[in-house]
Design a protein around this ligand. Sequence first.
Ligand code: ADP
Length: 485
Amino acid sequence: TTDGHAGPFAIPTDLLIGEVWVPATSGKRIDILNPATETVLTSVADASSAEGRAAVDAAAAASAAWAATAPRKRADILLACFHAMMAEQEWLAQLIALENGKALSDARGEVAYAAEFFRWYAEEAVRINGELAVSPSGANRIMVQYQPIGIALLITPWNFPAAMATRKIAPALAAGCTCILKPAEETPLTALAVAEIMRRAGVPAGVVNVVNASDPGPLCNDILHDPRVRKLSFTGSTEVGRILLRQAADQVISSSMELGGNAPFLVLDDANIDEAIEGAMIAKMRNAGEACTAANRFYVQRGIHDAFVAKLVERMGAMKIGPGIEGATQCGAMINRRAIEKIEHLVADAVRRGAQVKLGGKAPAGVGFFYPPSVIANVQPGSEILTTEVFGPVAAVIPFDDPGEAVALANATEYGLAAYVYTDDLKRGLQMAERIEAGMVAINRGLVSDAAAPFGGVKQSGLGREGGHHGLLEYCEAKYIAVSW
Ligand code: ADP
């Protein structure tokens, strides 16, 4: 296994197509880097379009039997996946920390969150209920049945390599769909390990297939033009989401899109400041800021502003930065050099326009893709960091006077994924939540992610929802049968 961390099995590094792990026919491999050391951990098979087609063949061959598998049986298999994954929580967390760079504590949290999708959708698999109504004319009955939508292509990002995979695979399987998973090329090992866990837990051959590719464009494009494929679920950048939506349009493939965010974090004068700081630490620093739900802009009401900044600087400044795999680390490495350069650019732009660096603000010299927890205050309108996801441990703080103004500032973005509001006046908090243009609003909480809740965005943050009952319906078609009796 990787870096000597022994697990229950050697982590597969080939492609899962049908029953077996197979190498790429080209013989090509993709090197996987440890972002904390910039050294190669191992390599994985690099698929081309031929393997993409083989994966669709395998998913198609398994499709009818899986759709016909009793819901209770599908539920039992998903529950077995939950227990199998939790049994390997520590080992998987180490693997995530190694290839993604995040702190072990974050990685443990991710494994538990990821496994929870198996449990939740095991529970959903036996509750795919239809509807029966009398038509308004009284002439017939309207019967609605939810059927599996068909073969799904699932494309996931590197920031939550386990959870983004299970958040898609679990509802697909619960609904009776077979799938092809295309993990991010930076972090394929976690997905491969999860696939092997699922295989060992009893998921039949061909139900889940995994392909990695150094050049995912042609592979995914070909899969999306295979007439057998009926579903695309993507989590990643808005830019790539747009490309995929255009490709999916050719065959009118149902598409769920979890794209970029630019989450505002609003703190009102009447908020409990210690609770707001606690929430801010989670909303900003979970995964070292590498989350699409991460608070990107802190709008803090004037009366509480200076105290909030001082406490945030104190808490973020106390965080231990280092390789994720070291137990004491609280802020791990960023994914790659490009990520560091993007953060540096956004901070430099904000400073040039008048922001003040209160903490951090400079990447350390030396090996590894590290950036320290940073607070920049007094960020001026027009600064790029207010419209671009920083995707790192940088908190941009802006004061405001009037809560109405804060909602307008929160909405001044093309994105609409998550938003956070801290106030002790719940009535006002709920009124603001209704007016904020976001798919998810947290009131007096720094975390929205929950396998039982519909996760997703409005505006250019995406289409559709993952998690909860809504997440299951993304993999179902409503079949309407008109019947007279
Ligand atoms: P990020 O910028 O955070 O790396 P991306 O949107 O580039 O996010 O990547 C998310 C996922 O999309 C990854 O699995 C990546 O391999 C995949 N991807 C990137 N470009 C394409 C493309 N043209 N077609 C299909 N998948 C792609």
